[in-house]
Design a binder for this molecule. Sequence first.
Ligand code: PMV
Length: 334
Amino acid sequence: MTSLLPATAVAHPNIALVKYWGKRDEHLMLPCADSVSMTLDVYPTTTTVQLRPDATSDVVIMDGRFLRGESSQRVTRFLDLVRTQADSRDRVLVDSRNTAPVGAGLASSAAGFAALALAASKAFQLSLDHRALSRLARRGSGSAARSVFGGFVHWHAGSDHAPDPDFASYAEPVTDTRLDLALLAVLLDTAPKPVSSREAMRRTMTTSPAFHRWLAATRTDTALMRDALRAGDVQAVGEIAERNAMGMHAAMEAAVPPVVYRTSASHHVLRQVRRLRAAGERMWATMDAGPNVKVLCLPGDAARLADQLRRLSHRPVLVARSGPGATLHRGEVR
Ligand code: PMV
């Protein structure tokens, strides 16, 4: 018997310090390599799931609007996984509120699917531990596996030689570090991205001559990043994160046709970061599937560096810190 009480969950976006780019299995959403991230304390997504046993289809409301077409089917396909695990045919009402601009490489899909995985598994009374929840969230959006946890997080790619490759790919918190980082997001453009990350990954993997070199470097970067986090070495963390992200963009830009997320405004900010660093500031850049530049620094430097970046870019700069994992609370569907 499933409960008819709505379940509400909150999750936050995460920013990868070692990036996930490329799936070795698109159906199971298995990545080509491990990645390491930091969950943020900004832009939460709150999602409520309520069972509707008499309904014939799911209804998905996002930010007050009914989702239709492919976006709605993506949620329904995800809910089908939950229904299979729960051995249920019940349809649901999903009501999700984002606070991040959708589609701009600020990881709203990570927070969204982490919150949906938790709320839906609770509504269907599945008792999943955090690791199992990360596997489920992964099926919605790869990076969502990491938003299940707070702080620094390591998502294991697993191996195709594992008895169950799906089981072998999960996220877990990085507990052997005391490093505290801040992240400054220079908001250059919050419009939806021109190419979805799914299509961009596929194109990079299949056509970019630089992809395999980047992937090999990423495997090393994960181990180096774990060492740097353990040692609390902010400079090593920043250097690995910046070169890993820039290598990923270089690989995308070498795809045919090129996947270009970096704009002239992004390059301007990247130059300013390098210039300030040459002048002695401890700050390193990272970027995702969009034009916005994010800057890693120590919390004590964040307000000052954010002011400098605002002055130099004439754009809003958001200051984020390490944030919590996905949490549940029961609530009403609004
Ligand atoms: O989970 P997706 O499909 O939104 O892919 C995320 C890809 C990057 O944000 C560019 C990198 C990452 O590891 O988060």
